[in-house]
Design a binder for this molecule. Structure first.
Ligand SMILES: [Ca+2]
Ligand SMILES: [Ca+2]
Ligand SMILES: [Ca+2]
Length: 396
């Protein structure tokens, strides 16, 4: 189905998904599935109660069992399930009204703050949240593990499926980015927690708290880095303040490893991949290379994608020495000069080359010894980097 992404297109996709109704074609207003969900948009008793159509007089004792034994209210001329099946235009009114209710619930639960966030690789949009809450329910304050709220609080890791086996993440993708009548005010202070996956969070205006939790998480800012004061408060907690009382306010970042500005990015995990990258750069390419944002970006990207310290060290040595990378003397001289600051004596050179010749060390493993050496860490000012972050360019 080709879609333009208007609000009506959204409902066309929803109708197709719920009851195989074809836009401009067959509309399955009179369908009922094995769980008693009815009509083009597959409503159950509970939603039609909330909308004022069904069981208002308490004639149906259980709104979560879709047996339809209760009374209908007569709203919009619907006095029976048969009326409901026959009145397609009322179903079209109902689905719009229902989405007003869903959005009110999403806002009440504070879930609108998730609009624009990328949780575990899934872009969260207003239309995606509406569709997922139609599927799962919006959730409630009393449960962190159910409905749209449970899905978002899990960082899109917990992705329950409907009776047809469609998961919340599939809904989020299928219904991503349609126009809706609803808008989110991100200018206020928001608390936005991610989850177990790699999350990309944005607070926009106001004093926001972005919480990355597990994995390598990023915070996005829309102005260049010079616009902000970046300060480390303690391990795992940073403050990002827009200068001159800018609208972005003062954000608190918790368990965030990357800050992305339009001009540069900063890696904050100097005890993790950023530290490994900086130490390899110092040992293999020399202390000045730590400020090479292209090299730093390549190293971080490879490590974030799962490359090991040892494999990245070998790759760096190969790049630095080219055809000489298998020459043990060349490897020893390169690392020694970069870390110690001058050429090794003949005796020292012989000692280290023998460690490689004998197989006691590989070029990569002796490279790690050099990188971890306190002299190397002082050369690259690892302590200073831990306070300021490692600047890098994201590889194209
Ligand atoms: Ca905000
Ligand atoms: Ca995370
Ligand atoms: Ca902010």
């Amino acid at each position: 189905m080709v879609t333009k992404k208007t609000y009506q297109d959204y409902f066309d996709v929803l109708g197709f998904n719920e009851s195989s109704s074809i836009p401009g074609g067959v509309q399955n207003y009179d369908t009922e599935n094995a769980f008693g969900f009815i009509g083009k948009y597959q409503f159950g008793e509970a939603a039609l109660f909330d909308l004022g159509y069904y069981g208002i007089d308490k004639s149906d004792g259980n709104l979560f069992k879709n047996d339809w034994i209760g009374n209908w209210s007569g709203k919009n001329g619907i006095n029976s399930k048969k009326d409901y099946f026959n009145q397609g235009s009322v179903q079209e009114t109902i689905i719009y009204d229902w989405h007003d209710i869903l959005w009110a619930r999403i806002k009440f639960l504070g879930l609108d703050a998730y609009e624009g966030q990328i949780l575990n690789g899934h872009l969260i949009t207003i239309s995606g949240m509406l569709a997922a809450s139609h599927l799962l329910g919006a959730g409630s304050q009393s449960s962190d593990t159910t409905g749209l709220r449970g899905y978002l609080l899990s960082g899109a890791v917990f992705s329950p499926e409907d009776a047809n086996g469609t998961t919340a993440n599939q809904y989020m993708t299928l219904f991503e980015g349609f126009q809706t009548p609803f808008v989110v005010d991100h200018s206020k202070a928001e608390i936005i927690p991610g989850g177990k996956g790699a999350d990309v969070l944005t607070g926009f205006g106001g004093d926001d708290t972005l919480i990355g939790k597990e994995n390598t998480d990023a915070a996005i800012y829309l102005n260049n880095s010079a616009e902000y004061d970046v300060e480390k408060n303690s391990d795992g907690i940073w403050t990002i303040k827009q200068k001159n009382s800018g609208l972005d306010g003062t954000d608190i970042l918790v368990d965030i490893e990357r800050i992305k500005f339009p001009d540069i990015s900063l890696a904050l995990d100097l005890a993790g991949n950023a530290g490994i990258t900086a130490k390899i750069l110092g040992a293999v390419f020399g202390r000045e290379s730590v400020s090479n944002k292209v090299y730093a970006g390549i190293g971080l990207s490879l490590l974030d994608d799962g490359m090991s310290y040892e494999a990245l060290m070998q790759l760096a040595i190969n790049v630095a020495l080219g055809a000489n990378a298998t020459n043990h003397t060349a490897v020893v001289d390169l690392l020694y000069e970069n870390v110690v600051g001058f050429k090794p004596s003949a005796a020292e050179e012989t000692y280290f080359v023998e460690l490689l010749d004998s197989g006691a060390y590989t070029a990569a493993s002796i490279g790690i010894v050099a990188a971890e050496n306190a002299l190397n860490q002082a050369n690259i000012d690892l302590v200073g980097l831990s306070q300021d972050g490692l600047a890098y360019f994201v590889p194209l």
